[in-house]
Design a protein around this ligand. Structure first.
Ligand SMILES: NC(=O)c1ccc[n+]([C@@H]2O[C@H](COP(=O)([O-])OP(=O)(O)OC[C@H]3O[C@@H](n4cnc5c(N)ncnc54)[C@H](OP(=O)(O)O)[C@@H]3O)[C@@H](O)[C@H]2O)c1
Length: 323
């Protein structure tokens, strides 16, 4: 038998329930994985509360995990029983003990990377990879504003931006988070719960504004974020932790700004694209250039508590669930 978190309706964390189901054999092209750790991401909240619709209800939650290959499906090449693997999947359903996953999205994990790190790094790390290397082509002469700088994605972004050599201004909601974001590489950090971040950002950038804003907070910050951009600046709206973005007047781009609303799924939809991105990330983690900061680890059965903490902004860095 396997245990899996299911929801029968959208709503608060409590809609998540543990279900017991028989373990299914892998279909052709799939591999059965015994999960060792499950990555928690803010997107899990969107699918649970209905900001993003699940294809069906009852439905499942979670997009990434690491574990051990238990059974190889027909036609699968390149994997064997006992391999250490991780995956990030656009289809929700990783909050469980066992899962069948298409081999084409499986990533082998080197022995030096533990299961906890592996479960926490792919979705967030590959997001930072595409945001910096592909969406914005971030360079060392750029200055950026990155919201939620002490979150799971944020702390990876702080390190990566430093690696590139860009100047990074982060925003966070508490004094403790300011210290943390700076420790991981932010040059300046604004407490946007207390201060006007547009004014602070313009002060820090000597009135010029920034080249790129990475805004995953959404509704509450969107319009102000646009005001932080310099001429020809790029607004990367990649999340909606505070609520969905409103439709907006293109005139706000002032005739010179750029905007995009990217998703990881688009940037990893091709197997080569996915595996190349994952390997670049793994190399950076192995060479200790990027650390994956897992600050919260809870049993899978405590998923309700974990979602409540995430939504209350009480987590820092990455969070994992242990089956
Ligand atoms: N488009 C993509 O491809 C993609 C991929 C990965 C992640 N994302 C987005 O990136 C963001 C970060 O994801 P994550 O998993 O790393 O989460 P996270 O940053 O660890 O947690 C979300 C953070 O958002 C901030 N926040 C601001 N307003 C909030 C509100 N009203 N409610 C809750 N949190 C609020 C909080 O930080 P403060 O307390 O410091 O404000 C909170 O800690 C999410 O919006 C996610 O959807 C997008």
């Amino acid at each position: 038998m396997e245990y899996c978190i299911e929801i029968t309706k959208n709503g608060p964390p409590e809609v998540m329930e543990i279900m017991k189901t028989p373990i299914k054999s892998p279909a052709e092209g799939e591999v059965l994985i015994r999960h060792k750790a499950i990555g928690v991401n803010y997107i899990d909240v969107y699918y649970r509360n209905g900001v993003y619709p699940l294809a069906n209800l009852p439905g499942k939650i979670g997009h990434e995990a690491s574990g051990i290959v238990e059974v190889i499906g027909k036609g699968v090449k390149g994997f064997k029983e006992g391999d250490r693997v991780a995956y990030v999947s656009p289809s929700p359903g990783s909050y469980c003990t066992y899962r069948n996953i298409p081999a084409e999205i499986l990533i082998k994990i080197p022995d030096q990377i533990n299961f906890e790190t592996a479960a926490a790094m792919l979705l967030k790390g590959m997001t930072v990879h595409y945001l910096f290397k592909r969406t914005s082509n971030l360079q060392k002469f750029h200055t950026i504003l990155f919201h939620a700088a002490a979150g799971g994605t944020g702390l990876i972004a702080m390190q990566w931006a430093k690696l590139i050599g860009a100047k990074v201004i982060g925003t966070v909601s508490s004094e403790d988070k300011i210290k943390l974001a700076k420790k991981y590489g932010a040059d300046d950090v604004i407490n946007y719960a207390r201060n006007d971040f547009v004014e602070s950002c313009l002060n820090i950038s000597s009135g010029k504004g920034v080249d790129v804003v990475f805004d995953s907070v959404g509704q509450k910050t969107f319009y102000e974020s646009l005001r932080c951009l310099k001429k020809y600046g790029l607004m990367v709206a990649f999340g909606n932790a505070s609520g969905k973005l409103p439709s907006f007047d293109l005139g706000l781009l002032n005739g010179n700004l750029f905007i995009t609303r990217p998703t990881l799924w688009q940037y990893t939809s091709d197997e080569i694209e996915l595996k190349t991105t994952a390997q670049e990330l793994i190399s950076l983690v192995l060479s200790k250039k990027i650390e994956i900061p897992v600050f919260q680890s809870y049993p899978l059965v405590e998923a309700v508590k974990v979602h409540a903490l995430l939504e209350a902004r009480k987590t820092i860095g990455a969070t994992i669930l242990k089956p």
